[in-house]
Design a protein around this ligand. Structure first.
Ligand SMILES: [Zn+2]
Length: 323
């Protein structure tokens, strides 16, 4: 199966690779007035270019916080440096997925911290833990509508709704393979009501539209955080269409690729596809049928592209009950 064509190339990050904090690729500005510490991160996966384009616009715009602190993080610079337009999917990471190493970080103590992503996570850790709000910009292996991944906590989903992104909002617990940046520390604790993290999947890795989605998410996030005023934000960052507020999708199951499995789907599914009947055959995993667990099941990020054992094949979700 061939991935769809790549329409975008990597931005020249030039002087923006350096950072101004002593950590390469990490920028921070502090306003005189108090306020939130807002972090925007891109390139947690080295081949997800939309966030790099958006962050380059942010950095070159000269935008500075009016209140609080603004941090900008270019996360996996080593993987990004190896981006190859002929093989755009292989520079996701070098050794370990940088979006599966957070949380309690057992790898710090059990001798498994061997790769550049472990070193990089420790460099980024104090910046992440100093932040109050986090926008983490990503893109996806497959074409599909933008997704706002809110994690399992209700106050994150509520803030995400207030952004008005027009993306499918998905409440999910992450991956068996490890903790995501967006779920790290306070961002994963229900009592930390002042903390808000959002992972936006802006569309397919190679889609030109993913850059527009990333900039729109950036504009809305900065405005809602109050770190800047709306009038400070370049007008062209916002997308024109007034997005409808779709119901929250709650992920109940993540199907993980089984050992020795070469999974298959009965048809090319995409995020947001809704399957009416429980027990409908979706595909095959280690020769076992994968079926929907309930009526009106919504598929989230079905993909065969990186379908190695232990990776997530598809997630099942239902609409949250209106409260
Ligand atoms: Zn990603």
């Amino acid at each position: 199966m061939n991935p769809p064509p790549f329409e975008i190339s990597p931005p020249d990050m030039g002087p923006w690779l350096a950072g101004n904090t002593g950590t390469p690729g990490v920028w921070r500005w502090v306003a005189d007035e108090p306020g939130r510490h807002v972090m925007v991160s891109a390139l947690v996966h080295g081949n997800e270019l939309c966030g790099a384009w958006a962050v380059r616009d942010l950095l070159s715009s000269g935008l500075r916080p009016r209140r609080g602190t603004l941090s900008v993080v270019l996360a996996n610079l080593e993987a990004f440096a190896r981006f190859d337009p002929q093989r755009p999917h292989v520079s996701r990471y070098l050794h370990t997925d940088l979006n599966r190493v957070w949380g309690d970080m057992p790898w710090r103590h059990d001798g498994t911290a061997t790769g550049p992503e472990h070193r990089r996570a420790l460099e980024l850790l104090p910046h992440v833990e100093a932040s109050d709000w986090l926008l983490d910009l990503h893109s996806m292996h497959e074409p599909g509508p933008p997704l706002a991944l809110t994690g399992p906590l209700a106050h994150h989903a509520a803030h995400a709704a207030a952004l008005g992104l027009g993306a499918l909002r998905v409440a999910d617990g992450g991956h068996k393979a490890g903790v995501r940046l967006r779920d790290h520390g306070r961002y994963g604790r229900a009592e930390a009501q002042e903390a808000f993290a959002l992972l936006v999947e802006c569309g397919y890795h190679g889609a030109r539209s993913s850059v527009d989605v990333a900039l729109d998410a950036l504009a809305r996030f900065l405005e809602l955080s109050a770190v800047v005023d709306a009038a400070d934000i370049p007008r062209h960052w916002w997308r024109d269409e007034g997005p409808a507020d779709a119901p929250l999708l709650v992920v109940t199951d993540a199907v993980t690729v089984a050992p020795d499995s070469v999974p298959a789907f009965v048809r090319p599914w995409k995020s947001g596809d809704r399957v009416a009947k429980a027990g409908t055959l979706i595909g095959w995993n280690a020769a076992l049928p994968v079926t929907t667990p309930y009526d009106d099941c919504v598929l989230v990020m079905p993909t065969l592209l990186h379908a190695r054992p232990g990776a997530t094949l598809v997630r099942f979700a239902h609409e949250a009950n209106p409260s």
